[in-house]
Design a protein around this ligand. Structure first.
Ligand SMILES: Nc1nc2c(ncn2[C@@H]2O[C@H](COP(=O)(O)OP(=O)(O)OP(=O)(O)O)[C@@H](O)[C@H]2O)c(=O)[nH]1
Length: 357
């Protein structure tokens, strides 16, 4: 690839459940994004996002098992090299979007993109797009240093879920974002999503200012440049892909028989409503009784989003239920026991009815 044909890379970041995949789906449907290769990184051993992005074809690569900022930076460089090779082989790829896990510190990823010699030969950072959730945003910026960094280094700040919050809360968040990042004027994401032109070609305008912010962050955080806040991230060595720090961990539950939706929904809603502090993220693709299409579910801290039926089961997946939980200070068995109890309760009356027949 010639230097004047460096492939532009957009880093799409934002805290857990902020709305990155929703935005990605919206962008990929647009003509301007034709020829986009997508790299998706999810925290924990099992990722579902590649199944939730509607238009992904062969060009998507799932960077799994770990936090992109730490354990799999090598994987990122290798995945980008794979994309460069496909371009050399004649594939018409014109852009790369990297969707990071919501727990990623963007700085080491930016370092890889900007400073890794192999990567810099073929790719140029086109901009950092950060999605901030209007419902949880302010509290998340207070409690999660990586969320603060995601906002601070953005070239484009996008505020999602304004429809779910009050004007007061929104104004507080916007003021906080303006103080954190005076360069990237926040935009509110409406129901129509975003025109792809709004995230293309960002760097020329903001790169010098962003680089200053990056240098500042790097100085402040050296030498453990990418270690995360509370509890201290484990870093590169002996890193457990399912553990972010001593408090935050992820796991996936799989069920091969269809689940009773009523019991499960009641329990999951109750869990997010009462333990939103501990439940950072729940997402799942479910096989529910009486339904032949998959049901996508999303819980984000204290918010339970309306479940959505997907058009059909992805080719890669036999009907079954998979749920990813990212929890802070809550053990796995609380979830397992809760699901088992509520599902059993939902099934038991039907058994009793059947016995009466
Ligand atoms: N009401 C409303 N819901 C939204 C908006 N944006 C996203 N959502 C919902 O928020 C939930 C999480 O959205 P995702 O796009 O999966 O979030 P994400 O940032 O990709 O999540 P992770 O990859 O797990 O960090 C889904 O149920 C979306 O439908 C919005 O602007 N308004």
């Amino acid at each position: 690839m010639a230097a004047d044909r460096l492939l532009p890379v957009t880093l799409l970041t934002g805290f857990l459940g902020a709305g990155k995949t929703t935005l990605l789906n919206n962008l990929l449907r647009q003509e301007a994004m034709a020829g986009t290769a997508v790299l998706i990184n999810e925290f924990g051993e099992t990722g579902l996002d590649h199944l939730l992005v509607e238009t992904l074809e062969d060009e998507a690569v799932l960077l799994q098992a770990g936090c992109l900022c730490c354990t799999i930076r090598g994987d990122l460089a290798r995945a980008l090299e794979g994309i460069a090779k496909r371009v050399r082989d004649g594939q018409d790829l014109r852009r790369v979007i990297i969707e990071t896990t919501g727990l990623a510190d963007p700085l080491p990823i930016l370092q890889t993109l900007m400073a890794d010699p192999g990567t810099a030969r073929h790719f140029a950072l086109d901009g950092v797009v950060t999605v901030v959730d209007a419902v949880n945003g302010t509290a998340t910026l207070d409690s999660q240093p990586e969320a603060e960094r995601q906002a601070a280094v953005a070239d484009r700040l996008l505020v999602s879920k304004a429809d779910l919050t009050s004007q007061n809360k929104l104004s507080t968040l916007l003021a906080r974002l303006a103080a954190l990042n005076p360069v990237a004027e926040p935009r509110i994401l409406g129901p129509g999503g975003l025109d792809a032109a709004d995230i293309i070609g960002l760097s020329p305008e903001t790169a010098p200012l962003r680089d200053e912010a990056l240098l500042r962050w790097l100085k402040e955080t050296a030498p453990a440049a990418h270690h995360h806040g509370s509890g201290g991230h484990h870093g590169h060595h002996h890193h457990d892909a399912n553990r972010h720090d001593s408090r935050i961990h992820a796991f996936c539950l799989r069920f091969d028989s269809p689940l009773p939706w009523d019991g499960l929904a009641t329990w999951l809603q109750m869990l997010t409503a009462t333990r939103g502090d501990a439940v950072l993220r729940i997402k799942g693709i479910l096989d529910v009784k009486g339904q032949d299409r998959p049901l996508a579910i999303h819980g984000v801290q204290g918010v339970w989003h309306a479940p959505a039926l997907l058009p059909s089961w992805p080719d890669a997946m036999r009907p079954c239920s998979q749920m990813v939980f990212i929890l802070r200070d809550m053990p796995r068995d609380v979830i397992e026991k809760g699901i088992a109890a509520f599902c059993a309760a939902a099934i038991t009356p039907k058994r009793a009815e059947a016995a009466d027949d």
